[in-house]
Design a protein around this ligand. Structure first.
Ligand SMILES: *[C@@H]1O[C@H](CO)[C@@H](O)[C@H](O)[C@H]1NC(C)=O
Ligand SMILES: *[C@@H]1O[C@H](CO)[C@@H](O)[C@H](O)[C@H]1NC(C)=O
Ligand SMILES: *[C@@H]1O[C@H](CO)[C@@H](O)[C@H](O)[C@H]1NC(C)=O
Ligand SMILES: *[C@@H]1O[C@H](CO)[C@@H](O)[C@H](O)[C@H]1NC(C)=O
Ligand SMILES: *[C@@H]1O[C@H](CO)[C@@H](O)[C@H](O)[C@H]1NC(C)=O
Ligand SMILES: *[C@@H]1O[C@H](CO)[C@@H](O)[C@H](O)[C@H]1NC(C)=O
Length: 350
């Protein structure tokens, strides 16, 4: 019943927002975005647009984005501190996979990073989460992830940074079958590591971070994944899973992670979406500015609705859009080198 109410609230939200959702010329206002929205920020070029911290923080504040995810191998902490101070923006610090291996091998290196980088960031910002590794599981650093998570927790406790939640980011590569949410389960080569990590997250009451890309699911199988289902603009349920109904693939993907977590007996761990987005170019007509604008707008409104998923109607979903500027994954960027939005999305200009 609660699941249906959650879905109904979301459908009503979509319908009432449909004039906005279906018209690219109508832009998201900062006031329409909730505190639960964040953006991924790769610093690709320290002297180019992505290295212009003063402008980046101005964009975030003007557009209403209040959380930022940055990456350990790119952070220039003194500059971030200098320009980010008093913006009120909260940080997620993602420890890059290369640093995960380095920190697992050397507690001394981790301690130095904690003192030199994290310490000053946490004094300037509210560092909410540290994600140890990005889609590192399954892979060669699988076992390093929990090692570094535990060491960081120890260092955080020792420095009275116990408020920072230590977690990791995983993608659908940890899941086997997932199209039907209830069938979500961890792949054999990810299951043991995920179970151990969930034990840690459960004990420390930290969420699991997941990267959720309906785009890749659609692009891999356009014959079977309806476009509106992937773009989050279907107005009626398209997938029936037992008593639950899904009108969008994003909710279905989040719930397939919850199913996988239940199957290893951790239903008490919550989820935060560390990445989601849609590229505007690069894959024929699956990637146009219109489709990217539609998905990204709907994603930001989906997070702002504070509605849960059919499986967890009371757990509103927090999420970070991917990403501020084009970079290693080209065409995902929202802003160009002159800091203008690449396609109409936000009501904020400079
Ligand atoms: C979308 O915006 C255009 C340009 O402002 C306007 O002409 C059109 O009527 C709008 N469509 C909807 C559905 O609001
Ligand atoms: C940042 O961008 C603004 C606007 O383009 C420019 O005026 C300023 O000089 C840039 N700052 C740096 C450090 O490049
Ligand atoms: C994990 O297993 C899947 C098949 O279930 C396989 O495709 C993938 O390559 C494996 N990954 C690693 C890192 O072993
Ligand atoms: C850190 O502190 C929390 C309580 O604040 C405790 O539950 C946890 O075991 C501590 N972890 C370590 C590694 O010291
Ligand atoms: C969803 O958005 C796409 C791209 O803007 C559009 O072509 C399609 O008509 C929309 N679907 C609905 C049901 O509004
Ligand atoms: C892309 O083009 C193919 C072939 O013309 C068409 O069947 C499909 O509907 C198009 N997809 C989109 C998202 O426009």
């Amino acid at each position: 019943m609660a699941g249906r109410l959650g879905l109904l609230a979301w459908v009503i939200f979509i319908l009432s927002a449909s004039a906005i959702v279906n018209n690219n010329s109508v832009l998201l206002q900062a006031a329409a975005l909730s505190n639960d929205i964040g953006a991924n920020y790769h610093i690709h070029d320290s002297t180019g647009a992505s290295g212009n911290f003063s402008k980046v923080f101005e964009i975030l504040v003007k557009c209403g984005i209040r959380n930022l995810r940055v990456f350990s191998d790119e952070i220039n902490a003194p500059y971030l501190d200098y320009y980010g101070a008093s913006t009120g923006i909260a940080l997620t610090v993602s420890i890059s996979n290369s640093d995960v291996q380095r920190f697992a091998a050397s507690f001394e290196d981790l301690t130095k990073w904690h003192q030199d980088v994290l310490y000053s960031l946490h004094i300037t910002f509210d560092v909410k989460y540290i994600t140890v590794g990005n889609e590192a599981i399954p892979g060669p650093s699988t076992d390093d992830v929990l090692t570094v998570m535990k060491s960081l927790q120890l260092l955080n406790n020792y420095s009275s940074f116990g408020d920072i939640k230590v977690t990791t980011s995983v993608g659908s590569s940890v899941l086997g079958d997932w199209y039907l949410p209830s069938s979500g389960e961890f792949k054999p080569n990810a299951s043991r590591a995920m179970t151990d990590i969930l034990g840690f997250l459960s004990a420390s009451q930290a969420p699991l971070m997941i990267n959720v890309y309906p785009y890749y699911a659609y692009a891999a199988d356009p014959a079977n994944v309806p476009l509106d289902y992937a773009l989050l603009n279907a107005t009626y349920p398209m997938v029936h899973d037992g008593s639950l109904e899904y009108s969008n693939l994003f909710d279905a993907m989040v719930d397939s992670f919850y199913s996988a977590m239940e199957k290893v007996d951790y239903s008490d761990v919550s989820i935060v979406v560390s990445e989601s987005g849609w590229p505007r170019d690069g894959n024929y007509n699956f990637t146009t500015p219109e489709l990217a604008a539609t998905y990204n707008r709907n994603f930001l409104l989906r997070i702002s609705s504070k509605v849960g998923t059919p499986k967890r109607p009371d757990a509103s979903v927090k999420g970070y859009i991917y990403e501020l500027f084009d970079g290693k994954s080209p065409h995902f960027g929202l802003f160009d080198k002159t800091f203008e939005p690449i396609y109409p999305l936000f009501q904020c200009s400079f």
